[in-house]
Design a protein around this ligand. Structure first.
Ligand code: PEP
Ligand code: CO
Length: 449
């Protein structure tokens, strides 16, 4: 018999990584407010995404999940959102054109505010402060007052998500994402680079193909897929009170959906099978992700699949491998094999960022571009060896010309990190590195690494 589930059943399980809200009354008020707000996404959209992810699970499409490590309340502007979308669209074009399969696009956007932390406190100079947990909880400023969890931030996170989603919908459906504008997506600082020139050639080929079709009498205007794209939203479902407040029953099917985003994932630190995060997410109808780190056993993965996707619905579950460039091949193969032998129709995606982070001598957290590429290469080889489809990548990026990850064609060094280090959490690939990565990924997958 299936155990009973309700949006609040997670409350009788252990919930790790929850803020220590100092004022229970203020928290309850904020959550009540969010629970009264309209849903941010609709159940039908989550189901469409699940359908697209089913194609990825079957090996007929590729997943690109990308965006900030943590969205910021301060860096919140139309330009910021547009530039991130631009890079995602460019990467998707490169991947689609080079691999010949559709690319399912999901942003770490419009709700990616909460951060799990390895330690409850952090040392800044001589100060020992509560850790920064993302703008939905507290502030990055290094003072004790700024680090106190403030429930009003839950409300602000909702409003910022709504505005971001509104702009994303306008950009993706209102002409900006029209394939005939594919050349115009390049930013100035990218255009002059080797990857920028490579992109220009590719986009000119696409434009020529469109003109050719038009000249042959194909009415390209009548195909919405050439003029609009679907970009879905996702975030780590970490702060369970917030997620519960946005969980609504679909009037069409009676199924519960977490309407804070199309897809939700469980992080590496909160994926305990008997924990509150797994309990909460097993009951919502959205497509789900779960990070899978190097300590994972095949038995654990099979149990997770059983709990989160007992009906074996293709596209319901994406396993996001984050092993580290040096470990991925050996650690991942037994998992791929076990899941395949159990006939679990999952999407396998590669997060090549989170297990390749290190601190440079100047104190900056960084990642090297070649480690990112190396982890994806190992991921592709592992899948090839096991006869499974390397279904996608999950990455942290920004459209801006930041200096947070080293390497890439302009060969950023650790000395360059201070120039434009703007992330409020993990280091992100900049616009050029992201585009470069798309070309490298397409090559790796075509070659089987
Ligand atoms: C993240 O995706 O930002 C993250 C914290 O990842 P992980 O849970 O894999 O460490
Ligand atoms: Co991160």
């Amino acid at each position: 018999m299936a155990r009973r589930w309700a949006p609040d059943s997670w409350r009788s399980f252990t919930a790790l990584q929850q803020p220590d809200w100092p004022d229970a009354g203020a928290l309850e008020m904020a959550l009540k407010q969010v629970a009264g707000f309209p849903p941010l996404v609709f159940a039908g959209e989550a189901r469409s995404l699940q359908g697209s992810l089913a194609k990825v699970a079957a090996g007929n499409a590729f997943l690109l999940q990308a965006g900030d490590c943590a969205e910021s309340f301060e860096e919140f502007s139309a330009v910021n959102i547009r530039e991130k979308l631009r890079v995602i669209l460019q990467m998707a074009v490169v991947l689609t054109y080079s691999m010949g399969v559709p690319v399912v696009k999901i942003g770490r956007m419009a709700g990616q505010f909460a951060k799990p932390r390895s330690s409850a406190t952090e040392k800044i100079g001589d100060l020992e402060l509560p850790s920064f947990r993302g703008h939905i909880v507290n502030d990055l400023l290094p003072t004790a007052a700024a680090r106190i969890p403030n429930p009003e931030r839950l409300v602000q996170a909702y409003h910022q998500s709504a505005s971001t989603l509104n702009l994303l919908r306008a950009f993706t459906k209102g002409g900006f994402a029209d394939l005939s504008r594919v050349t115009a997506w390049t930013q100035e600082f990218v255009a002059s680079s080797p990857e920028g020139r490579r992109y220009e050639e590719l986009s000119m080929e696409i434009e020529r193909a469109l003109q050719f079709m038009h000249a042959c009498g194909v009415d390209t205007d009548s195909f919405p897929m050439l003029h609009e794209v679907d970009v879905y939203t996702s975030h780590e479902a970490l702060i369970l009170g917030y997620e519960e407040a946005l969980t609504r029953q679909d009037s069409l099917t009676g199924q519960w959906y977490d309407c804070s985003a199309h897809m939700l994932w469980i992080g590496e630190r909160t994926r305990q099978l008997d924990g509150a995060h797994v309990e909460f997410l097993r009951g919502v109808g959205n497509p789900l992700g779960c990070k899978v780190g190097p300590t994972t056993s095949p038995e654990w993965v099979l149990e997770l699949c059983q709990v989160l996707n007992p009906a074996r619905i293709p596209g319901r579950l994406t396993l996001i491998s984050r092993m580290g460039a040096d470990k991925v091949e050996d650690s991942l193969r037994p998992l791929l094999r076990a899941v395949k032998d159990a006939d679990q129709p999952v999407v396998w995606a590669c997060d090549p960022m989170h297990a390749n982070t290190f601190t440079a001598p100047n104190g900056r957290k960084t990642r090297h571009f070649e480690d990112v590429v190396a982890e994806i290469a190992g991921f592709v080889r592992a899948n090839k060896a096991e006869g499974t489809w390397p279904g996608g990548i999950h990455i942290e990026l920004t459209g801006e010309d930041v200096t947070e990850c080293t390497g890439g064609t302009d060969d950023l060094t650790q000395d360059d990190l201070d120039d434009r280090y703007e992330t409020i959490c993990d280091p992100r690939l900049n616009g050029r590195q992201s585009l470069d990565l798309a070309f490298r990924v397409a090559e790796l997958i075509r070659a089987g690494a």
